[in-house]
Ligand binder design. Structure first.
Ligand SMILES: *Cc1c(COP(=O)(O)O)cnc(C)c1O
Length: 421
């Protein structure tokens, strides 16, 4: 397969022109020279297309972009421009989503450990609904809402006990996980919650996991949730919102075959067609994942026995997924070269696990050349840290040949903020 054909499967906005890699019309060699590295680059057009694919497939559904996947204000703002709501998992994310332009009445809020302060903030903002994860949370929410003279709209996050067949660390809808309320018990909890004075039961929520490439777990979960809806209806509890979460997978490995929002709709819509609900979806990874890449610069080359190391300036402090989940990220040179090398691409962090790509065949690179790490738009920058006192990368949005830096590179003093001896 020609290199451009493969790149297009990651993003139609990623291509080599005259031997140099471009993203959404921007020359990445020049961009990296201008802004320095490590550099996260997000394609606005890619993100817009993904959102539009969901909207087209699901028509009247609310697409609540899961901001934890990529909470850059510029990215959130693109989602806002496209009419999205937001799925949030902390008070800070609600704050960010609103700053990014998402109307509060399109924000849903999940998470097993919401603090009083966060719950109060969300009540003040009058968000669309709380996706409540335990009875105790509902009790506290009832009290807090009462003390503020408000009513809290809730969905109960049910745990449908299905195996999403994904990485165990991102499987959330199995019985043994900490998330949600067991679906068998949920009916009783609904009946109890519906009687609380400061709670308005409006929805059912489930989110079974992330990076799902097989759609059958979705089918199983949505069917269980639809059955619960009918059972509640018979009981006189009318559900307005059916929130089926996020989780659609993206292409990481060159051989990955990935379902589209349309494929998901083909499975979900027939199950819910007779229910009188507004559907809510919470895609994160599938919106932003292949809309982002991480550009890094080669610092040194090193030969050891029969192994070659390409040492770059991005480490697991910038992109944690390979070290944390053993994830594969495809890596390509920003400048094409007919000569190839096979190497390990490693970061500067003082841990052996700081490997971004193992045993990869890439275009031959020299000191100061750039590499692009693909599929880095989701769970990339947001999981970055200051480990080893490394400032976090800059973030830039590219669109139709121009760019804007939406988060500048940090420096050492930024990391030392308010710290004292
Ligand atoms: C993480 C998360 C999502 C988004 O998952 P993706 O796999 O990125 O689509 C949606 N809903 C909830 C509750 C989440 O925790």
């Amino acid at each position: 397969m020609g290199s451009n054909e493969l790149l297009k499967e990651y993003s139609p906005y990623l291509e080599y022109k005259d031997g140099v890699l471009y993203f959404d019309g921007v020359n990445l060699q020049e961009l990296a020279k201008e802004l320095g590295t490590p550099l996260y680059v997000y394609s606005a057009n890619h993100i817009r297309d993904q959102i539009r694919a969901y909207k087209e497939a699901f028509k009247d559904a609310l697409i609540a972009y899961a901001v934890k996947a990529n909470f850059n204000l510029g990215v959130i703002n693109i989602a806002a421009q496209e009419g999205c709501g937001a799925d949030t998992v902390s008070g800070g994310e609600i704050y960010r989503a609103i700053k990014g332009g998402i109307p509060a009445d399109k924000i849903v809020y999940a998470g097993v450990g919401k603090t009083d302060e966060e719950l109060r903030y969300a009540l003040e903002q009058d968000i669309l609904m709380f996706n409540a994860e335990s009875e105790m949370e509902i009790e506290v929410l009832n009290e807090l809402a009462g003390s503020m003279g408000k009513k809290a709209r809730i969905a109960i996050r049910v745990n449908p006990d299905v195996d999403p067949k994904t990485h165990p660390k991102i499987a959330t809808g199995m019985k043994k996980s900490k998330f949600g309320i067991d679906i068998k018990k949920a009916f009783e909890v609904y009946k109890w919650a519906a009687k609380l004075p400061n709670i308005e039961v409006v929805g059912i929520h489930c989110h079974i996991g992330s990076q799902l490439l097989d759609l059958s777990p979705f089918e199983e979960a949505v069917q269980k949730v639809a059955d619960l809806y009918q059972k509640l209806k018979k009981e006189g509890i009318n559900i307005k919102y059916l929130d089926i979460g996020g989780g659609l997978g993206i292409k990481y490995k060159p051989e990955d075959k990935v379902p589209t929002p349309k494929d998901l709709a083909d499975i979900v819509l027939p199950i819910v067609k007779d229910l009188d609900v507004q559907l809510i979806l919470e895609p994160g990874r599938s919106i932003a994942g292949n809309g982002g890449i991480l550009i890094t610069q080669v610092q040194f080359l090193k030969d050891k026995d029969d192994k070659k190391f390409v040492i770059v300036d991005a480490g697991f402090n910038d992109l944690l997924r390979p070290a944390m989940y053993g994830s594969y990220h495809h890596i390509v040179a920003v400048k094409e070269n007919p000569e190839k090398i096979t190497c390990d691409i490693v970061g500067p962090i003082c841990e052996t696990g700081d490997i971004l790509g193992e045993n990869r065949t890439i275009c031959k690179v020299n000191r100061k050349d750039y590499l692009a790490i693909l599929s880095a738009g989701a769970y990339g920058f947001v999981m970055s840290s200051h480990y080893n006192m490394r400032p976090r990368a800059a973030e830039v949005i590219v669109e139709n040949g121009s760019y804007k830096v939406t988060r500048p590179r940090e420096d050492w003093d930024y990391i030392l903020w308010k710290e004292t001896v």
